[in-house]
Design a protein around this ligand. Structure first.
Ligand code: SAM
Ligand code: SF4
Length: 514
């Protein structure tokens, strides 16, 4: 849905939709449904043109709405959500609100949620339970739920029935409507729900407050069209929409001029970047080739889908410079049969061939991955194929998950003959292998001098600084605080499974980029 459709009154369309099975009658629970979500609507992929807007402004009547008020946003899930929080924080500041890091001081609390696995959702429901007493103490407090969970019908229904302390629910496609939603929530006695099931337009000039001054996230595209059979993201984030290259390049230039040291380009499937841009043959390879000429020390991207990882991108990444030698390349399973059921659209052999090409072009590359174990009916042999692929690729790290059924996805309807104890045992074995190879990779750094982008004090010891190498290895070392925000040379003295310890080996001057 875009602004025009909204104004033309697509409202409550989902509540009255002919899709009786998935669109529920939300209105019986409360009076003020503005727009409720529908997974069926979210699944549709239309040909409508994506419109680009540069005209976001805080409506006159809402200016000063936040004067004397404070906001608090708790973020769950991926970098995309973290970055959405930066945008919402920008809107709050533009409305006159002040930030607070304490829920008790806040006049508005938002939970920016993640729907990727059941335990991510349970955390949010738990938090809503905790916040109930605060809401009882402070009836004027506004409590909102936004992000991916809001895009799910079942979640919205559950909140409506069980969590009446919530004042507003809005989704991932209408963040720019936050001023209107807040206003509605202040005026109304009922819960305000505005969730667009169809993705909105691309809005370029939303305000944002970045969390730090060293590293920045830059969206290059929104949504996902891959529909892997286990995944809720294509439903919660809509169809693939690429930002225009000139807007991205300008944003990165601006960040470089502000002194940022690192930019991570964000998308659910960044390798599909550009496919939807009309009339141009322009992909992630072309974009990276332009960005590498910008004077910013480090550029990364996440997340890559192996299927769209093309030779042009490999060729550009091999040029090095400020393009980092770490690629996160989720494989999900080492079994061609499981990959087929997951609809990943590559085989074990095709994935290994891609890895071979990447390693040939970028010999120093660090590869990391995501793996799901215990997919419905995954056999012992299929799991062993994942284990053998892990060793064969020689990943330096992995995020590993037990499969979690997500309502509305094809996998959630599959019968599953794998008991939970078996899934847990497989995860344990895989994690042991992940740890083993991680330590092996870390040990190779002993005695080496590496460039570390210093991010701040170590979480466990304020006398120690912490930062990351170009290949995303965490390094802890003693150094003056003036090193924070700089890239410095550090000699590695000790290797652990998840981090390195070292000593700074230079006078404090910005180091040359490798
Ligand atoms: N777009 C990325 C890709 O294609 O690899 C992944 C994005 S997703 C936010 C991050 C990871 O969560 C996935 O790579 C997958 O391993 C995991 N994941 C997604 N859905 C899952 C599910 N239903 N159960 C368990 N893990 C899941
Ligand atoms: Fe989900 Fe990634 Fe597959 Fe898209 S490509 S459906 S985000 S796992």
């Amino acid at each position: 849905m875009n602004e025009k459709q909204r104004l033309e009154g697509q409202q409550v369309e989902t509540a009255n939709s002919s899709d009786k099975k998935s669109a529920k009658d939300y209105s019986k629970y409360f009076e003020q449904v503005i727009t409720a979500p529908s997974l069926k609507e979210a699944k549709k992929r239309g040909k409508e043109e994506v419109k680009y807007h540069n005209d976001f402004a805080i409506p006159e009547e809402f200016r000063g709405m936040g004067n004397g008020r404070k906001f608090y946003i708790r973020t769950y899930g991926c970098q995309m959500n973290e970055h959405d929080t930066e945008v919402m924080a920008g809107i709050f500041l533009a409305l006159g609100y002040e930030p607070t890091d304490n829920t008790e001081d806040a006049n508005v609390i938002l939970l920016n949620t993640c729907a990727i696995r059941e335990n991510a959702e349970n955390k949010v429901f738990g938090e809503l339970g905790h916040l109930k007493s605060l809401k009882l103490e402070k009836p004027d407090l506004l409590l909102g739920v936004c992000g991916c969970m809001s895009q799910e019908e079942s979640v919205v229904n559950k909140i409506l029935k069980t969590y009446q302390q919530v004042d507003m629910i809005f989704g991932t496609h209408n963040i720019h409507r936050l001023p209107n939603i807040l206003n509605e929530a202040y005026m109304s006695k009922e819960m305000v729900v505005e969730v667009w099931s169809k993705e909105g337009d691309v809005i370029e000039n939303l305000p944002k407050v970045r969390r730090g001054k060293i590293k920045a996230w830059v969206n290059i595209m929104y949504g996902c069209d891959k529909f892997c059979t286990y995944c809720i993201v294509p439903f919660t984030r809509g169809k693939e929409r690429s930002r225009r290259p000139e807007e991205i390049i300008q944003e990165v230039r601006h960040l470089a001029a502000q002194g940022y040291q690192e930019v991570t380009l964000l998308g659910q499937n960044v390798n599909a970047y550009g496919k939807d841009l009309e009339g141009v043959n322009y992909g992630l390879g072309e974009l990276m080739d332009e960005l590498r000429k910008i004077d910013i020390p480090r550029i990364r991207f996440t997340t890559s889908h192996p299927r769209d990882f093309d030779d042009r991108l490999i060729e550009v990444l091999a040029k090095g410079g400020n393009l980092m030698d770490h690629i996160h390349l989720p494989v999900q399973s080492g079994s061609t049969d499981v990959l087929k059921i997951m609809a990943r659209k590559y085989s074990r052999e095709q994935y290994l061939e891609l890895v071979r090409k990447i390693k040939a072009a970028i010999p120093n590359v660090a590869l990391t991955t995501d793996i799901i174990v215990g997919y419905p009916n995954e056999t012992d042999e299929q799991f062993e194929e994942t284990m053998s692929l892990y060793r064969e690729v020689g990943y330096e790290l992995a995020y590993t998950f037990i499969y979690s059924p997500r309502e509305g996805t094809p996998a959630a309807k599959m019968e599953d003959n794998v008991p939970m104890e078996v899934k847990k045992a497989r995860l344990q074995r895989l994690n042991a292998l992940v740890n083993e190879l991680s330590l092996e990779a870390m040990k190779k750094y002993k005695g080496q001098i590496v460039d570390v982008l210093v991010e701040g004090e170590s979480k466990n010891n304020p006398d120690v600084l912490a930062g990351y190498t170009s290949r995303s290895k965490l390094v802890n070392f003693a150094a003056p605080k003036s090193a924070i925000g700089k890239i410095v040379k550090v000699k590695i003295t000790e290797a652990k499974t998840w981090s390195l310890n070292g000593e700074m080996v230079e006078e404090l001057e910005p180091a040359e980029v490798k």
